[in-house]
Design a protein around this ligand. Structure first.
Ligand code: X2X
Length: 337
């Protein structure tokens, strides 16, 4: 009885497969195959959540939408990927708002030095009016930004030469910064020697001592193994940085509305989960990085903020963003300038 049922099931499964095969093959080549590129290592929560997201989208669209993930700068630097996104060479891309500001100036506003005290104030702003303001500006540049910004994190400073204990330690410091006017401006206000370098070249730049330091959240310092080429990690928390999940507008509008709804739902849900992962990871990483040989210190923010204020940094950027944007920022951070 047992054997015969198994035989029967086996035969019928085979039969179904044989009959259905041509049909299945057609259903498996998706109607929309879109590329999603990013600059982070596979081990970073961004790529883990993106994989789940792509699987969920494929399942809920019955295979009509397939998202292929290209992590870790496989398709080029951020600068390259941004132009591919604009031309339609890639359909999706996660990019720091600060780097996006080379195209959409307002998009760097969340990165103003020492603006946000903690995560709750960040999410209130970015899921609230500040995020909405920036997404409207992004839309004007013909790109689509999904509602939920993904977390990069509060940025910390690493160095191969010395710990950063106060603003005076940043004087003359050769530090890599991402390609963005706000970053360069902030380190100029600290009298540092900032060098704009895409993330794809950061490990090598540190290894060959083109620069002595860099700044990134702990999750990146760990997953990109920057601890191999840096000794000191100073918890400066000097700015909060996030990744807008961007789509090429033509590619986005090619999707029928019901598919757009499904894609957006899963992208935003994955972003919210990624935020939790990064927060959790950051909380546990101090010990792990110490075990890897890094020396960690935590300077107070006040002296850094005073130095930026004295250098006219806040006044300058308030002028650049304009009163409307600045007041939306200050609604969440308190008075800055
Ligand atoms: O380039 C960086 O440092 C990174 C990975 O944090 C960004 O994408 C801004």
């Amino acid at each position: 009885m047992k054997v015969s049922r198994r035989t029967l099931l086996g035969a019928s499964a085979l039969g179904t497969a044989a009959i259905a095969a041509p049909w299945v093959a057609r259903a498996q080549s998706a109607e929309f195959t879109y590329k999603y590129a990013n600059n982070l290592p596979v081990a970073h929560p961004m790529n883990q959540r993106a994989k789940e997201m792509a699987d969920a989208i494929k399942a809920e669209t019955n295979g009509r939408v397939e998202i292929q993930i290209f992590p870790s700068n496989q398709l080029g630097s951020d600068t390259d990927m941004l132009s591919q996104l604009r031309s339609g060479g890639i359909e999706f891309f996660t990019l720091s708002g600060l780097i996006l500001s080379t195209l959409v100036p307002a998009a760097s506003i969340n990165g103003i030095g020492f603006a946000f005290p903690d995560y709750p104030s960040v999410w209130k702003a970015m899921d609230g009016d500040l995020g909405q303001y920036v997404r409207n500006q992004i839309a004007k540049a013909n790109l689509v930004a999904m509602d939920k910004i993904w977390d990069n994190g509060f940025r910390q400073t690493t160095s191969s030469t010395k710990p950063i204990q106060g603003p005076e330690d940043l004087k003359g410091f050769k530090i890599r910064v991402p390609v963005s006017p706000l970053w360069t401006s902030m380190y100029k206000a600290f009298d540092s020697a900032p060098a704009s370098i895409n993330f794809s070249e950061v490990y090598t730049a540190l290894q060959t001592k083109v620069v002595d330091g860099q700044e990134n959240p702990l999750a990146i310092i760990a997953t990109a193994k920057l601890y191999e080429v840096q000794k000191y990690c100073s918890l400066t928390n000097h700015m909060w940085d996030g990744f807008w999940f961007l789509a090429n507008r033509r590619a986005w509008e090619r999707l029928p509305e019901n598919l757009r709804t499904v894609v957006a739902k899963h992208v935003n849900a994955a972003g919210v989960k990624e935020r939790e992962d990064v927060a959790q990871l950051n909380a546990g990483l101090q010990k792990e990085l110490t075990d890897k040989g890094m020396v960690i210190n935590q300077p107070k923010p006040d002296a850094f903020r005073d130095k930026l204020r004295a250098a006219g940094f806040y006044a300058e950027w308030k002028g650049k963003y304009g009163d409307e944007a600045w007041s939306i920022l200050e609604k969440y951070t308190g008075k800055l300038s």
